[in-house]
Design a protein around this ligand. Structure first.
Ligand SMILES: [Fe+2]
Length: 381
């Protein structure tokens, strides 16, 4: 099978024939967050992350119980949804989890078949296939549950030509800060509870037809104090990569446990967003108020001994706190935001791949020590 995806920035080198890939998935369609104040969250993702306004639904479009703002940056679409009334399922979700990712929507050619194939293999249904339409055409949606209270929505949109999905109107406010150069979702990581990683790895393998790419155990990912384990699942064309983390026994509380405590269960821990120019992207985001995790300057004293020659000057990377790692196929540059809300749960990674297809294993220790310092200040280590 040949890669036919036309996104040159993606540069997919690998395919994963061991993935059954019976759906198949074309890519991530959108990520929907349930948040307490979607209007203000939209301003944050516009101003700080450079997302562009795309579509809206709410009272003005005849929706009575929620408002949703859709933002876009190149191939990344996020939806921010807040309840308009009391006591409903969105309110309950926010009460329990805080702001967080509720739906990871996947773009498919046939949402009914995707639903049938996954539920047949044991997926729990969120909702059966339904056709929604407006004057711009129709789309078919179906959904299954994944870890925690998170869903995968299958989106079939070939017969739809509107701004986002039926029911949404174009959202075109005056305020449009420039993009920061984010291109596509590189991977999306789930945190699950003690001894649950293999259950969800099996879910992605059996129910979704994914293959396992890499496994990290607590020897790879541990500091003097905290530990975690991780396995990375990919679909057949490599466009969807879902690492799954579980806590491991350490001397102190790991960041995964802290997440599970504050999120009250499993959920999406971070979304990695790719850029072609991480120095420019992170400079912009820093100026716009995004806070990033910092490693000590000493990290940069010997990093080039570890990773070898890179195209970039070290100085701007050091100034911004960007981390570097190398694998057999090349190197990568990455940096992690602090949690984007008040609860220490969801955060973002910014990543630029220069050939490397891995996830920055060489940075885990420095990074987790930086996270431990943050946990210490929160009293949750
Ligand atoms: Fe990551």
């Amino acid at each position: 099978m040949e890669t036919t995806y036309d996104n040159s920035s993606l540069k997919l080198k690998k395919e994963f024939p061991e993935a059954e890939d019976f759906l198949p998935l074309n890519g991530t369609d959108y990520v929907e967050l349930y948040v307490a104040n979607a209007k203000q969250a939209a301003h944050f993702y516009q101003a700080a992350f450079g997302f562009q306004p795309l579509a809206y639904s709410g009272l003005e479009t005849g929706v009575k119980d929620r408002s949703s703002y859709v933002l876009v940056q190149d191939k990344i679409r996020i939806v921010l949804t807040s309840p308009l009334t009391k006591g409903g399922p969105i309110n309950e979700h926010i009460d329990k989890h805080g702001d967080g990712i509720k739906n990871v929507a996947l773009w498919v050619d046939d949402a009914a078949k995707s639903y049938e194939e996954t539920t047949k293999r044991g997926a729990e249904s969120t909702f059966a296939p339904k056709t929604i339409e407006d004057e711009n055409g129709k789309a078919v949606l179906s959904a299954i549950r994944t870890y925690g209270e998170t869903n995968h929505i299958f989106v079939e949109r070939s017969a739809y030509d509107g701004p986002f999905l039926p029911g949404y109107t174009t959202w075109n406010p005056e305020y449009k800060p420039a993009s920061v150069g984010l291109k596509y979702i590189d991977h999306m990581v789930g945190n699950v509870g003690w001894n649950e990683m293999n259950k969800w790895v099996e879910f992605y393998a059996k129910v979704m037809g994914f293959a396992q790419l890499i496994s990290f155990d607590d020897k790879d990912i541990s500091t003097d104090y905290t530990a975690l384990m991780s396995k990375v699942m990919t679909n057949g064309n490599g466009r969807i990569k879902f690492p799954i983390n579980e806590p491991a026994e350490g001397k102190k509380k790991s960041q995964i446990e802290e997440y599970i405590d504050f999120y009250n269960g499993a959920g999406v821990q971070h979304v990695a967003l790719a850029t072609d120019n991480i120095i420019e992207t992170v400079t912009q985001m820093t100026e716009r108020g995004v806070e990033f995790l910092r490693v000590p300057d000493v990290y940069y004293a010997d990093v080039l001994d570890r990773v070898g020659k890179i195209d970039e000057d070290l100085e701007p990377l050091k100034k911004l706190g960007i981390l570097i790692d190398r694998d057999d196929e090349g190197y990568l540059l990455q940096i992690f935001t602090k949690p984007v809300g008040d609860r220490p749960t969801l955060f973002f990674e910014i990543i630029q791949r220069k050939g490397a297809t891995s996830f920055g294993k060489g940075n885990f220790k420095a990074l987790f020590e930086a996270i431990e310092r943050e946990q210490e200040s929160r009293g949750t280590l």
